[in-house]
Ligand binder design. Structure first.
Ligand code: SF4
Length: 480
């Protein structure tokens, strides 16, 4: 497919784009450990890392356990203010030598390059995911896009080695139009891939909310003109820098809606812990709001209220469970209740991905399921809507249940079983909903931990999983 030089908006898009104003933001970002090491951070941030912590990180510099080569350090002032009073948030954002003790893991989690027909696009379902930027306002240490954010080189399908690139508007629009035309001419399925019409695009990266309003507006109008009827924005900006959701941004969204009323916007937000959005008193307790619920951080509350007040927007929270960050069923219960109360749906919790170094972050699959299950005790059905998902090479998979008792007469079930269900199949829509049942292994943090105890596998999760991930040597993962 020949790349076009520049994005040429349609007349309708241009009329919308002409109205867009960029906002002015001061995230007060500190980027790189170097700033902490040389004490070139604002006075109040000095001491965020102790001298001993810094020394341990310095000792690893330029070795194969260099922590920043795996994932660069980045934090906003807003997030620092929260981190000061939250161990969970500090663990999420502070680099630690533990991250590189064991570098086992996959250079391309979920084998995404297999599903990348175009630079910056992952096309698995009726939903396509695009990389529109390779950074966020701050960086989570556990990031499952560490290969993109740290600009690492990975081995591609054709054997070449290169870092992952970003999507561009003209090529993506051409791809969507071509794909949807072929699908329409072939009775609703693509003859080669069996995929349906592309009707939803998730803008991701990195965090699209680091882009200017004008750039976001170009993406939105181009996708709308290509016939996409749901645009998702994957963002953690409500936690890192909620002031990004200002009046210039909402004016742009309202103008988009006026020009393209058929397009839905879905904000896929990312809160790992209630400390990221709730205020605390001097004893570290959340504060009751006389109007009901708990008291939120003001700028976060304002942004959420604005989003939630627009009928063309839905808000869904999805977040991984991470060791030391949100391994706390009481905190997760409070989070689910408060989010739903404020019109944010609890969509998914994730088992950590099998990225390089994942053993420092991932809970075992069974611990993650127990955590979600415990956290949902005492919640109403609408509050407890989140499912636990783990991303298999074949598609998004739910950890449906972990049992404790043997199934009479079935060998391998002595300690109970784990039931997986394929929620969305990337390869063949016909196996959606199929299950796999395995004997328990409380230590397993990835599918590979169950390969020797498969009882029933109609979904094919364990015939394929060997190909997918884990046990991949770090030597294939060249860092630039
Ligand atoms: S917000 Fe998401 S993409 Fe950004 S650093 Fe965190 S996990 Fe990675």
């Amino acid at each position: 497919m020949a790349a076009q030089e520049n994005y040429q908006p349609t007349k309708k898009a241009q009329a919308f784009l002409d109205k867009v104003e960029n906002g002015k933001y001061n995230r007060e970002i500190v980027m790189g450990l170097k700033r902490f090491i040389s004490n070139k951070v604002p006075e109040e941030m000095q001491g965020f890392y102790s001298q001993e912590e810094l020394q341990e990180l310095i000792d690893l510099k330029d070795t194969n356990q260099d922590v920043e080569a795996r994932m660069p350090v980045k934090i906003t002032n807003h997030y620092y203010q929260i981190a000061k009073n939250s161990k969970a948030v500090r663990t999420l954002v502070k680099a630690s030598p533990k991250e590189t003790f064991d570098l086992d893991g996959a250079p391309d989690p979920g084998k995404q390059m297999t599903y990348s027909p175009l630079e910056g696009l992952i096309h698995k379902y009726e939903l396509g995911l695009i990389y529109v930027t390779n950074t966020c306002s701050a960086h989570c240490r556990f990031c499952y896009r560490e290969e993109l954010i740290a600009k690492k080189e990975i081995v591609r399908e054709d054997g070449t080695v290169a870092s992952k690139g970003l999507a561009n508007i003209p090529d993506l629009v051409e791809y969507i139009l071509d794909h949807n035309k072929i699908v329409a001419e072939n009775g609703g399925r693509h003859p080669e891939t069996n995929r349906e019409k592309l009707r939803e695009i998730l803008m991701s990266g990195g965090d699209p909310m680091v882009l200017t309003n004008k750039k976001l507006a170009e993406w939105f109008s181009a996708l709308a003109d290509a016939g996409i009827d749901s645009i998702r924005v994957g963002t953690k900006e409500l936690a890192f820098y909620p002031d990004r959701f200002d009046s210039t941004f909402f004016n742009m969204l309202d103008d988009l809606h006026a020009a393209y009323p058929e397009v839905q916007l879905r904000f896929m937000v990312h809160f790992n812990h209630p400390d990221e959005f709730l205020q605390k008193d001097k004893n570290g307790n959340y504060i009751e709001d006389p109007d009901g619920g708990l008291v939120w951080i003001e700028s976060t509350k304002r942004a959420v209220k604005q989003l939630a007040s627009r009928k063309y927007i839905t808000i869904e929270n999805q977040a991984p469970f991470i060791k030391g960050v949100n391994q706390d069923s009481d905190a997760i219960r409070i989070m689910q209740r408060e989010l739903k109360r404020n019109r944010i749906n609890n969509h998914y919790f994730f088992c950590g991905r099998d990225i390089i170094g994942h053993k420092a972050f991932n809970l075992s699959i069974e611990d993650a399921w127990n955590l979600l299950n415990d956290s949902q005790k005492g919640l109403s059905g609408v509050e407890a809507s989140a499912r636990l998902s783990i991303t298999h090479y074949l598609g998004k998979t739910e950890v449906v249940s972990v049992t404790n008792k043997p199934i009479p007469g079935v060998p391998g079930t002595e300690n109970g079983v784990v039931i997986f269900k394929l929620l969305r199949s990337a390869a063949d829509a016909s196996n959606k909903g199929q299950v796999a049942i395995v004997g328990r292994n409380p230590e397993a943090i990835w599918f590979s931990g169950y390969e020797d105890r498969v009882i029933f596998d109609e979904a094919g999760l364990f015939t394929e999983s060997m190909k997918s991930t884990s046990n991949v040597s770090n030597e294939t993962h060249k860092q630039s």
